[in-house]
Every structure is written in structure tokens, then in C-alpha cells.
Design a protein around this ligand. Structure first.
Ligand code: HEM
Length: 128
């Protein structure tokens, strides 16, 4: 049975999506400073492999990095609502450049929104 990974377009789709996403990140005033300037290729590879694995593709991410534990891995970065919104905005721009059906896009987008919400770990709006 075809996986979501296959339906979205397999490795080519995820590679292109994350490449286009990082093209936005490196011009993003909030997010750029958080990412490793000297290891952008590594960061691109990590996100690509994670998304491929999450959607039913090869398990290379965990072979290389172990259990994802994404919230823990993001604890080092101060992610407030503004950072989350920027991340999602950049992902929208990248998604707009891919060929994907509306149905698959909605499926992927719902997940990304949920995942980005769960990564928020700090607030800067003064509300406790
Ligand atoms: C909400 C806003 C987010 C911010 C500001 C953010 C920021 C970052 C930063 C700065 C890194 C380090 C880059 C690296 O060296 O790999 C990173 C890594 C990563 N992020 Fe995010 N991220 C966000 C949301 C997400 C979401 C929604 C996902 C998954 C759907 C995700 C998946 C990953 C993965 C897989 C890694 C690499 C983890 C590893 O193996 O070390 N991130 N993120």
C-alpha cells in the first residue's frame, strides 16, 4: 500500500520542500540567528530525513539521530509564538513552490501546524 511519503512525492518532494524552506530561513530576521550558520547543510538533511521518516519513508533519521524527541531537541532555542509563526510562514512559502495535491497539502499542513504549536517553549508577551 502506498504511504503518505509516496503520495506526497517521495524523497524528491521532501528534499525540495526543505531546501526551499531553508532558503527562507536564511533571510528570516527572527529565525536565522537560531540556526547553525556553519552547518546549514546538516540542518537541511536532519529536517528532510525526519519528515521522510515521519510520513512513512526510510528510517534513516533515527538510524543517525536516535529517537526524534523533538520538543527536547528544541529546548535549546527560545521558541515563542512569533518564532512559531515565522517558521510556519516560511513553510507556507516553501509549500507553495511544490507540486502537491490539495488533499495531501492539507494533511501535511495540519501536521506541521500541530507540531509547530507543540514546539513553543517560551512566551514574550507578558502573559503568565
Ligand atoms: C516552531 C518553530 C520552530 C523553530 C524556531 C525551530 C528551530 C529549529 C532549530 C534552530 C533547529 C536546529 C537546526 C539543526 O541544527 O538541525 C531545529 C532542528 C530541528 N527541527 Fe525545528 N524548529 C521549529 C519547528 C519544528 C517543527 C514543527 C518540526 C517538525 C515538524 C521541526 C523539526 C526539526 C528537526 C527534525 C530538527 C533536527 C533535530 C536533530 O536531529 O537534531 N522543527 N529546529
Amino acid at each position: 500500500m502506498a504511504t503518505d511519503y509516496d503520495n506526497f512525492g517521495g524523497k524528491d518532494f521532501f528534499t525540495s520542500l526543505v531546501k526551499d524552506f531553508y532558503q527562507e530561513i536564511i533571510n528570516d530576521p527572527i529565525l536565522k540567528p537560531m540556526y547553525p550558520e556553519d552547518d546549514l547543510d546538516g540542518a537541511i538533511e536532519r529536517l528532510t530525513l525526519f519528515l521522510m521518516q515521519y510520513w512513512g519513508g526510510p528510517g534513516t533519521y533515527s538510524e543517525l539521530r536516535g529517537h526524534p524527541r523533538l520538543r527536547m531537541r528544541h529546548a535549546a532555542f527560545p521558541i515563542d509564538f512569533a518564532a512559531r509563526d515565522s517558521w510556519l510562514k516560511n513553510m507556507t512559502i516553501a509549500l507553495d513552490k511544490q507540486q502537491i495535491t490539495d488533499e495531501n497539502r492539507t494533511k501535511l499542513w495540519n501536521y506541521l501546524q500541530m507540531a509547530a504549536d507543540s514546539m513553543v517553549n517560551t512566551r514574550t508577551d507578558g502573559v503568565i
